[in-house]
Write a protein that binds this ligand. Structure first.
Ligand SMILES: C[S@@+](CC[C@H](N)C(=O)[O-])C[C@H]1O[C@@H](n2cnc3c(N)ncnc32)[C@H](O)[C@@H]1O
Length: 348
C-alpha cells in the first residue's frame, strides 16, 4: 500500500490536513459574511484597522483580529502595516462575490450554506448509514416531506430562495445559451422558484414568453421579494405532481429531477411528455456526474448534499437520457458547460 505514496506523503499527510481544514476555511468566510465584514470594507473605501471593524460590527477585538488575519491568510482580504497598525482591505473577489450589494453577490448562497446546510451535514454519518435525508434529526420534520422541511418557516423559505437565486448569477447565461432555444415561443420553467433562470432565458430570447411555475407560497414570495423592475417573466402557481401543468413548447427543469427518486422523476417526465406536441421538449439543467461517477468532485459533493437534504441524487447524463427515453423522448442532446451546471435538451 505505502509503495503508492511519495516520500513527502509518507513523512507528513499535507493533503489530508488541508482537507481537514476545509470546514474551517468555509466557516471563516461564512462568519465574516454573516458579521458583515465584506460589506463594511466595501463601504468604507479605505483600509480599516481591526479595532475599527470590531467596533462597527459590535464584536470582540481579539476575535475580529484573528478572523481578519485568517481572511488575509486565505487571500480573501489584504493587509498593510501603517505606523504599526494593521489595516485591512477587501480583494476584488471579496468585493464582487462576498459583499451583499454586488450584482454578482453570493451572500445568500453563503448564508444558506452556513445556517442550513451546515447543520444537516453534521448528521452525514447517519445519512450514509441510513441512506436517507436527515430532516427529521436536524429539524424534527418528516424525511418524506422534503419541501415542507425546506420551507419550514417564512424565513427559511426566503433563505432557500436566496440560495436558488444566487446560483444563476454565475451559471445562468451559459445554461440558457447551451442550446439555441430561439425557436421555442412559450417557455415554462417548472419549479422556477424566484425566476432567476427564467429572467436569463427572457433576456436571451426576448421574443419568447417565459413563465415561472411553482408552489403557490413560493410564487407569492417570489413576487414579493424577488421581482424586478421591467420584469417580462410571468408567474403561475400550481403543483407539478398533483395538479395540471401549463402548456408550453419548452419546459425547463432546473435542479428539479435531482430532488427526487427515479419513480417520481419518471411520473413528472411522463406528465410533461403528454403535454408536448412533436417538436416541443424539455431543457433539463443539473450538475452532472461523469459517466464513471469519478467526478467532478463538486458534483460528488452535491450528491451527498442531496442525500442529506432530499430524496434525490446527482446523476450522469446517461441516467437522464434513459429516463427521457423511458417516458418517450427520443431526440436528446447533452451539453457540458464546464461550469457547475450542465444541460440536456430532449425533444418529443
Ligand atoms: C431545488 S429548487 C430549484 C429551483 C429553480 N429551478 C432553480 O434551479 O433555481 C426546486 C424547486 O421546485 C419547487 N417545487 C417543489 N415541489 C414542487 C411541486 N410539487 N410543484 C411545483 N413546484 C415544486 C420548489 O418550490 C423549488 O422552487
Amino acid at each position: 500500500m505505502a509503495e503508492h505514496m511519495s516520500q513527502s506523503e509518507l513523512d507528513y499527510p499535507f493533503k489530508l490536513l488541508e482537507y481537514f481544514n476545509g470546514f474551517r476555511v468555509s466557516k471563516v468566510i461564512f462568519s465574516a459574511c454573516e458579521l458583515g465584514v465584506f460589506d463594511l470594507l466595501l463601504r468604507s473605501q479605505e483600509p480599516l484597522s481591526a479595532q475599527h471593524v470590531a467596533q462597527e460590527l459590535g464584536t470582540s477585538l481579539d476575535g475580529m483580529e484573528r478572523l481578519l488575519d485568517a481572511l488575509v491568510g486565505i487571500e480573501i482580504l489584504e493587509v498593510e502595516q501603517t505606523d504599526g497598525t494593521a489595516l485591512y482591505s477587501s480583494t476584488d473577489v471579496a468585493n464582487l462575490y462576498l459583499a451583499k450589494g454586488s450584482a454578482k453577490s453570493l451572500h445568500d448562497m453563503i448564508i444558506y450554506q452556513s445556517q442550513t446546510i451546515y447543520p444537516l451535514w453534521n448528521n452525514m454519518v447517519d445519512a450514509v448509514r441510513e441512506g436517507k435525508n436527515q430532516n427529521e434529526k436536524t429539524f424534527g420534520l418528516p424525511a418524506e416531506e422534503v419541501f415542507q422541511a425546506i420551507y419550514r418557516s417564512e424565513e427559511e423559505m426566503l433563505k432557500f430562495m436566496g440560495l436558488m437565486n444566487s446560483s444563476w448569477v454565475l451559471d445562468g447565461h451559459d445554461i440558457v445559451t447551451a442550446f439555441n432555444l430561439s425557436g421555442f415561443q412559450n417557455i415554462v420553467d417548472l419549479g422556477g422558484c424566484t425566476g432567476a433562470l427564467a429572467r436569463e432565458m427572457a433576456k436571451a430570447y426576448p421574443s419568447s414568453t417565459v413563465t415561472v411555475f411553482d408552489l403557490q407560497q413560493v410564487v407569492e414570495m417570489a413576487q414579493k421579494h424577488f421581482s424586478q423592475e421591467n420584469d417580462t417573466i410571468v408567474f403561475q402557481s400550481g403543483d407539478f405532481f398533483t395538479g395540471e401543468i401549463p402548456t408550453a413548447d419548452l419546459y425547463v427543469l432546473a435542479r428539479i429531477i435531482h430532488d427526487w427518486p427515479e419513480e417520481k422523476c419518471l411520473t413528472l417526465l411522463k406528465k410533461i411528455y403528454d403535454m408536448c406536441a412533436p417538436g416541443s421538449g424539455v431543457l433539463l439543467v443539473e450538475a452532472m456526474l461523469f459517466e464513471n461517477r469519478r467526478g467532478p468532485v463538486m458534483t460528488q459533493l452535491f450528491s451527498l448534499n442531496m442525500l442529506v437534504q432530499t430524496e434525490g441524487r446527482e446523476r450522469p447524463p446517461s441516467k437522464y437520457t434513459r429516463m427521457f427515453n423511458k417516458t418517450g423522448f427520443q431526440n436528446i442532446q447533452v451539453c457540458r458547460t464546464g461550469k457547475s451546471y450542465d444541460a440536456i435538451l430532449a425533444i418529443r
